[in-house]
Unconditional design. Structure first.
Length: 120
């Protein structure tokens, strides 16, 4: 669960870093646009508006992907937790219902694992 949070925060930090870089780029481009004049300036403004629209759309897509990743990770984590709890309850009920058989199976598995490691 902490690995999922770590990955989620890593994605968020990357998105925030991308946002900061694009904001700096936008400010630099606006500064350059102010220095230009005439028809070249108009073409540049059009290109900058298109680039700004693309950057804003990129932010939206990145935020949407981060949100979707977080929801998916949370759902998977919840499902894994539910499965683990159900499995533990099943094993507990099985051992309580058949303690002698459970003990013999455990001893047998211990012997097999011990034999495997003693050969090495």
């Amino acid at each position: 669960m902490s690995a999922t949070r770590s990955r989620n925060s890593d994605v968020k930090s990357r998105v925030n870093g991308l946002r900061a870089d694009l904001d700096r780029l936008r400010k630099d481009a606006v500064g350059l646009a102010g220095e230009m004049n005439g028809s070249a300036s108009e073409g540049y403004r059009s290109a900058m508006q298109a680039a700004q629209a693309l950057a804003e759309r990129s932010f939206e897509v990145a935020e949407e992907a981060t949100s979707r990743f977080g929801r998916t990770a949370s759902r998977v984590s919840d499902e894994a937790e539910d499965w683990t709890i159900q499995s533990a309850n099943f094993m507990r009920d099985t051992v309580r219902g058949q303690p002698l058989q459970s003990l013999l199976i455990t001893l047998g598995l211990g012997a097999v694992i011990g034999a495997f490691f003693s050969r090495r």
